[in-house]
Design a protein around this ligand. Sequence first.
Ligand code: TRP
Length: 334
Amino acid sequence: MSDKKTLFSAVQPSGIPTIGNYVGAISNFVKLQDEYNCIYSIADLHCLTVRQDPASLRKATQELLALYIACGVDPEKSIMFVQSHVPAHAELTWVLNTMTYPGELNRMTQYKDKSRSHADNVNIGLMDYPVLMASDILLYNTAVVPIGADQKQHIELTRDLAIRFNSRYSDTFVVPEPIIPKYGARIMSLADPTKKMSKSDENVNAFVSMYDDTDTIIRKFKRAVTDSDTKIYFDPENKAGISNLLTIYSVFSGVSIEDAVKEFDGKGYGDFKIKVGEAVAEGLKPISDKRLALLKDKAYLDGIMVKGAESAFRIARKTLSKVYRKVGLYSPER
Ligand code: TRP
């Protein structure tokens, strides 16, 4: 490999990704490919922490790989693989579990939120979720992790665990840095711009899925909740709805937020919302076409998955053997 730094990120294949996943994660995956050695995972083991329909999970896993590629993640440049295909993730999680304290996990915001929203299924995996995520990252000597703002606490734990292991044994893990995009780290709900856009929102108008068609997209943007003012400018605190739309517009049209503000100066909210909807629909069209074409070629997608898992496995296995040796697990000569 080159002397570029390693970047790792992942998305869970649960449900249909929204434009929030695209803006906050996948669109950046594409941009970062030349600057770093990128490794992008499909975090299927993480999905098991909430109840899944098995057939849907299998389907969503293939669809997410197709989406990565359709968005422009290039299998010649970046490693793409499914987390459960590389057993080292679960194995390292076990070792790190023995160095993590319950208090570090049960104070995590995501754990608290999900325990509330899945009160009938508060399982140990849900609490252990951040340790599995730390394993994902630490196995690959990752220097940087692009993530949404909601994952920041998890990266802090990852750093703490890396430092703890390194000081208890000896230098083993690279201590990773998060990169949180300046704009778009948190795309908000179209129905309530004080809440994060979520694919599990019961109001389907709250989110735009990556698989919505043009009419649906425009209809949802027309209904987007804004404020009672009439001026269009960027101020996430006081104008959450408008600022959210400006961010989305900027990513899909390629126009900077500053230029977008100039473009819509003096225009009404109604026109603006339609323009945002059109930019999103136009941006998603080629991605959808490519994704649907890829999904017809299962052999190609499976080939990428197998190749990705092999490349990931080679790196992960080295880190895991080092860890096993350092903690004192005996390995026979072969
Ligand atoms: N927890 C992340 C999310 O829901 C997904 C994820 C799993 C991840 N493992 C990771 C992100 C490792 C970055 C690095 O968004």
